[in-house]
Ligand binder design. Structure first.
Ligand SMILES: Cc1cc2nc3c(=O)[nH]c(=O)nc-3n(C[C@H](O)[C@H](O)[C@H](O)COP(=O)(O)O)c2cc1C
Ligand SMILES: CCCCCCC(=O)C(=O)O
Length: 362
């Protein structure tokens, strides 16, 4: 069967991944309405094409915090890539670099940061962080990211505690020995104890380690420690977007964490307009949650996003064909975007603006 869509990658990946790992990747929290909301939002938008525009050359390239990228589709941070492929994050880093895409490496990478950096080569890379109670350990991971040449720190702010992911609780999720998180110390890195009825070893380890007391005032410490741009991931309101800019965020990522954190949270595409309005062009606004086609990427750009991140699609590509699968998914989204740009009469990313979008009331 030819692989023609991101959804085709999902179908092929499902057959390759053990059931409890598939549940971890596919699932959301609670009723999973936040996950559904991400996809449902696209039904409330339609594109307004312009015709008789010279679209003989299409340029999808963008620049983001100093990185030149082949297109506006980034790899979202996702944990435990060795669930999908034996090479894990090394294959992801190679595939993303080959596609000219920026890779946001998860705090829960199963490969050491220097190895991920080496695999990425000249590829753009940011490092995602969860704030730990153990400030010394937290700081040492920041130092490690800086030393490995990551060029921005992405602090995920929607996870003071882990969402109630029922698929993981039902599957009594435990990780095999190859799935040690390689960069975060043994207490958090090791979620391999025996399964317990109704519990997820991964969520339990995270809940013990994450610092649920941090506030806006702590961000200065992180900016100082890393000396890198700090991007906040998991912003869903205009109020928090304004605070993020006021506290020195270099960019914000509008995200409900793929529907895995707050149940009934607003979807990424639905939250985007109020964040764009509050930020008012002062820093780039990125968005994720449910993006599966280039046309959907174009919708987000028209609504004011500078770029889009994809989480599960990259994992599906990784499971299907390692680095080549990751590259395949990212190339597919950029190719689809280029076609949508031609068909809407917008030959460059800068030409995609709000006039390309019609929004239907909820
Ligand atoms: C399996 C999985 C693991 C994830 N791990 C992380 C993580 O370690 N850090 C983080 O900030 N977000 C994490 N996320 C959330 C993603 O960064 C992103 O917000 C989400 O996947 C986007 O939605 P999509 O999967 O529909 O594209 C994870 C998501 C999935 C599906
Ligand atoms: C199950 C808890 C692990 C949290 C870290 C990975 C993550 O963000 C995720 O969504 O999963």
């Amino acid at each position: 069967m030819p692989v023609l869509t991101v959804a085709d990658y999902e179908d092929l990946a499902r057959a390759k991944v053990p059931a409890s790992y598939w549940g971890y990747v596919s699932g959301g929290s609670g009723t999973e309405r936040s996950m559904v909301a991400n996809r449902a939002a696209f039904d409330r938008f339609a594109l307004r094409p312009r015709v008789l525009v010279d679209v003989s050359t299409i340029d999808t390239s963008v620049e983001l915090l100093g990185a030149r990228l082949a297109g506006p589709v980034l790899v979202a941070p996702t944990a435990y890539h060795r669930m999908m492929h034996p090479e894990g994050e090394l294959a992801t880093a190679r595939g993303a670099a080959e596609a000219g895409a920026l890779y946001v490496t998860s705090y829960f990478s199963t490969q050491p940061l220097p190895d991920v950096a080496a695999a990425a080569g000249a590829g753009a890379r940011w490092m995602q962080l969860y704030w730990l109670k153990d400030r010394e350990l937290f700081g040492s991971v920041v130092d490690g990211a800086v030393a490995a040449g990551f060029t921005a720190l992405v602090l995920t702010v929607d996870t003071p505690v882990v969402g109630r992911r029922l698929r993981d609780l039902r599957n009594e999720l435990v990780l095999g020995p190859e799935l040690r998180a390689a960069n975060v110390g043994p207490a958090l890195g090791n979620a391999m104890r025996r399964g317990e009825a109704g519990r997820s070893a991964v969520a339990d380890a995270a809940n013990r380690a994450f610092d649920a007391s941090i506030t806006w005032d702590d961000l200065a410490w992180l900016r100082e420690r890393g000396g890198l741009p700090v991007v906040l991931k998991g912003i869903l309101t205009g109020e928090d977007a304004a605070l993020a800019v006021a506290h020195g965020a270099a960019a914000v990522i509008v995200s409900n964490h793929g529907g895995r954190q707050l149940d009934h949270a607003v979807g990424g595409m639905d939250a985007l307009p109020e964040v764009v309005e509050a930020v008012a062009g002062r820093v780039p606004v990125l968005v994720d949650g449910g993006f599966r086609t280039g046309t959907e990427v174009l919708m987000a750009l028209a609504a004011g996003a500078s770029a889009v991140l994809v989480g599960r699609p990259v994992l599906w590509g990784l499971a299907v064909d390692g680095a080549a699968g990751v590259r395949g998914v990212l190339d597919m989204l950029h190719t689809e975007l280029a076609q949508a740009m031609a068909l809407t009469g917008r030959p460059t990313i800068a030409r995609i603006d709000g006039t390309a979008l019609r929004t239907f009331p909820r």
